[in-house]
Write a protein that binds this ligand. Structure first.
Ligand code: 2P0
Length: 354
């Protein structure tokens, strides 16, 4: 770095989110426009979050990025879309004390260095592009004095990874699929903030720390091309389910929330099975966890715990309150005693990690 040259930095942190009404399938691959709305819960940032520092300096000669300390390529279309869209919206910036003045048009010429860390082991199979792209877009926006609202930022994060648009907000979030071809109305909106439903406790049971075999991007492309169930789900099932889920969240109606969450996870995995060739994300342990929860809920007469599984075998379990969460942990540890690195459980929404 040349003497007398400055560096301007910004740091941000974004948690990942867990979908309770799943996004699976794009109608536009380049813009990342989904075939249906989705709804998620953003986790609290103490667990499963990305922390990203972005910097600009006249001393930087190219855009570069490091993920968990290792340099990665920024040449991918998704990174380029996010950088381009943020730069386009950059505004004049001045720091008189430091003698830094950047005109709107100067941002195009300044290169960025990006360093991002995940506060969870990437090997745990929980690595999520959602936290990473949400954090990158939000932090770059701060650095470049972007004035757009969160909705606009969410539509930029969406172009990094679909699910990332939902991590721009805390609490309960809906990604509206939108109608327009340019994607400008495919944005996330907050349904309720993080203080809305404090009783819920989310436990993530790590069933396998192996990398998934089929990435979400290729998996959902295959499903769109081959699964008749996906079309039915997107057009007929999800629209009414989204309305019911919004009501359940609004009224803290755990029974309805749990039934919808489990049904939607199961239908998403049914779509995966309906894909040619079929995609298997869950394994025997995942299925045993579903049985445990279903039997427990039945014996109680009303749901105590909801389960949901993403593009992998790990279980995300949502307990109605702390007392239920403690019972759930007991049951999990009894039926699935941790062996080596398998099934170590994260207790999210509390300070402890088991
Ligand atoms: C979701 N998943 O709604 C669904 C449920 C996985 C299962 O969003 O291609 O990494 O980057 O848009 O966002 C994972 O897909 O895929 C995902 P891209 P993404 O959370």
């Amino acid at each position: 770095e040349a003497v007398g040259q400055w560096v301007l930095m910004a740091t941000g942190r974004s948690p990942t989110n867990i979908a309770v009404i799943k996004y699976w399938g794009k109608r536009d691959e380049a813009l990342i426009l989904p075939v249906n709305d989705s709804i998620s819960v953003t986790l609290d940032p103490d667990h499963l979050s990305a922390t990203t520092t972005v910097a600009v300096s006249p001393a930087f000669s190219s855009d570069r990025m490091w993920l968990n300390g290792k340099e990665i390529s920024l040449s991918g279309g998704r990174f380029q879309s996010c950088l381009r869209e943020i730069r386009k919206r950059a505004c004049d910036f001045e720091d008189e004390k430091k003698g830094i003045k950047i005109k709107k048009e100067d941002w195009e010429k300044l290169h960025v260095h990006i360093a991002s860390y995940n506060n969870f082991p990437t090997a745990a199979g929980l690595a999520s592009s959602a936290a990473g792209f949400a954090c990158l877009v939000f932090t770059l926006g701060k650095l470049m004095n972007v004035k757009e609202d969160y909705g606009e930022l969410s539509s930029i994060a969406r172009q990094g990874s679909g699910s990332a648009c939902r991590s721009i907000y805390g609490g309960f979030v809906k990604w509206c699929m939108g109608k327009k071809d340019d994607g400008s109305d495919s944005i996330a909106v907050q349904l309720a903030d993080e203080a809305h439903w404090k009783d819920l406790v989310i436990i993530i049971a790590v069933v396998s720390s192996k990398q998934k075999e089929t990435s979400s991007t290729t998996g959902m492309r295959d499903s769109v091309e081959t699964s008749p169930l996906l079309q039915y789900r997107a057009q007929t099932v999800v629209p009414s389910r989204v309305l019911k889920m919004e009501e359940a969240i609004k009224h803290h109606d755990f029974e309805s929330f749990a039934k919808l969450t489990c049904a939607d996870s199961n239908q998403f995995h049914a779509v995966c099975l309906d894909t040619s060739p079929p995609i298997f994300y869950m394994n025997d342990t995942s299925h045993r966890i579903i049985s445990l929860v279903e039997k427990w809920n039945q014996s109680e007469g009303s749901p105590q715990v909801a389960y949901t599984f993403d593009a992998g075998p790990n279980a995300v379990l949502i307990a109605r309150n702390r007392k239920t969460a403690a019972l759930l942990l007991q049951k999990l540890l009894y039926y699935f005693p941790p062996q080596d690195k398998d099934l170590s459980s994260y207790l999210v929404g509390d300070k402890s990690i088991l």
